[in-house]
Design a protein around this ligand. Structure first.
Ligand code: BG6
Length: 479
């Protein structure tokens, strides 16, 4: 139980004797954000600093911040963590100090059925329970919540991965539907909070130039590549059971693809945007002409540092044959996209960190005779890491007046000062599910990759290897 301070919210008599109730100074007009897993890595590495960037941008925002965990911590330890992370996120010292001062810590074992009722009873309406916990624990805890009397408007923030296959995602969705409405569920995918990803919508729909050529008639193929130089980074516990396909493609990259391929929304709101993303995903299937690929890195060097073979990393079970690099090619069965291969690739321990969505346009229907030089196809490139936008076009060269050469327009697009987790938290706190993954979308993403996972498990696709620090297996071809 946290240190007692005078609450400003009237305390019901039943709460006063509740050992699980959260007490403390509350802003009655502000939402309560409870972070379950307060002492964990995700909270200190991503959530709190993300919140710090939001507070830097919106210093007047009021939040009642409660940390909850099994650990025997007190308010002071939690406040220190909050303060440090807020400052790291760039919040002004007085803003960070204000938020930290009023923050509360609650010792809570989310797997203890006895702990939930009192805790939940202490929450104000419209509170947020953010599960910064492993998926299995989150699901088990949500099951226990079905027995509790939930406050009106309770919102649930759920980290990825959402389930571990289609069946478990469906089961989780059914469970959540017993607790709250879909608009109160915020399945987190931080890529939807990346300004570099949201930029795809602005470029497509706020320009006259691009949308008319945004279809199979003019686009030959699309690559979405998220190559990371980071290796395992001590995450074997999670990653060895996921691998690159599930960690990155099943969630993040399919959503990026949906934004690139969706029809034009009438307005940008959570209904339109998510309906149209779902519309594309429902039409998405493995491409019949392009097999999937999987590989695992062996020992090598990345950025001058030795990286051990993935199979030798502590906590890894080599027999699992976890993919650290995956590539799948999909087709979207619609009039707009029929025949266009969408190649999605992501991996770790690679030589060159690249976060790109690239659209390759078809060659011009007719090139007037008389030009010389090589004409490369037009390419539009979204750099999802750097936030830049590149467009490759052919121009008349400097030398011979009719000799063609390649010109690249490259523009840096301002990145948002609010980090992805700040954007995501802002949506949850404001009760706006625009940037969260709707239940049917989460299921559909599993449906798309299910045949690939099955084929890999059946040993139908060889597990290739590549030395860490390279571009991946040479036999896969150039991306
Ligand atoms: C996470 C994955 O969801 O996204 C990580 O679990 C990956 O493996 C990360 O490194 C990439 O996102 P970002 O924002 O760090 O580039």
């Amino acid at each position: 139980m946290s240190e007692a301070t005078q609450p400003t919210r009237p305390v019901a008599p039943s709460e006063q004797s509740d050992p699980g109730a959260v007490s403390g100074r509350e802003h009655t007009d502000a939402p309560t954000l409870v972070i379950l897993g307060a002492s964990g890595d995700l909270t200190s590495r991503l959530l709190l600093p993300g919140l710090g960037t939001l507070m830097a941008h919106e210093p007047d925002r009021r939040i009642n911040l409660v940390g909850a965990d099994r650990k025997e911590w007190g308010d002071e330890a939690w406040r220190e963590r909050v303060l440090e992370a807020m400052c790291r996120g760039g919040a002004r010292p007085e803003v960070a100090a204000g938020l930290a001062r009023d923050a509360r810590y609650q010792q809570l074992d989310v797997m203890d059925p006895e702990a939930w009722p009192a805790f939940v009873r202490s929450l104000a309406p419209d509170s947020v329970l953010y599960f910064a916990l492993p998926p299995a624990v989150t699901m088990a805890a949500c099951r226990l919540l079905t027995r509790a009397d939930l406050p009106a408007g309770l919102r649930l923030g759920l980290e990825k991965p959402f389930g571990n296959d289609l069946a478990s995602a469906q089961e989780f969705n059914r469970l959540l539907a017993d607790l709250v409405t879909e608009e109160q569920v915020f399945r987190v995918d931080h890529f939807l909070g990346k300004s570099t990803v949201l930029n795809i919508l602005g470029v497509r729909f706020a320009n006259r130039l691009f949308e008319p050529v945004w279809s199979a008639a003019d686009i030959e193929r699309v690559d979405i590549v998220f190559d990371e130089s980071l290796a395992l980074e001590g995450r074997a516990g999670y990653y060895d059971k996921a691998g690159a396909l599930i960690d990155m493609i099943q969630s993040h990259l399919l959503l990026v693809m949906a934004m690139l391929a969706m029809e034009e929304p009438n307005r940008i709101d959570h209904v339109e945007l998510r309906d149209l993303m779902m519309h594309v995903l429902r039409a998405t299937h493995c491409h019949p002409d392009h097999p999937s690929h999987r590989a695992r890195y062996t020992a090598g060097q990345v950025g001058g540092k030795d990286v051990p073979s993935y199979a030798d990393e502590p906590g890894v079970d080599p027999a699992r044959e976890t993919d650290t690099l995956a590539e799948v090619t999909l087709e979207i069965r619609s009039r707009r996209w029929a025949g266009v291969p969408f190649r999605l690739r992501s991996g770790k321990g690679l030589g060159d960190a690249r976060r790109l969505a690239i659209l390759y346009f078809r060659p011009v229907a007719h090139l007037p005779e008389g030009f010389t030089g090589e004409v490369n196809q037009n390419v539009l490139l979204f750099d999802l890491g750097e936030g830049s936008l590149g467009l490759r076009i052919a121009t008349n060269g400097e030398g011979d007046k009719l000799s063609l050469e390649e010109t690249v327009f490259d523009a840096q697009i301002g990145d948002s000062p609010v980090r992805p987790y700040g954007e995501i938290l802002s949506g949850i706190l404001d009760g706006n599910p625009l940037l969260s993954v709707r239940g049917d979308i989460a299921e559909e993403c599993w449906r798309i990759v299910a045949p690939i996972i099955d084929a890999w498990r059946a040993g139908e696709v060889p597990l290739d290897d590549y030395p860490a620090g390279t571009m991946g297996p040479l036999t896969w071809g150039v991306v």
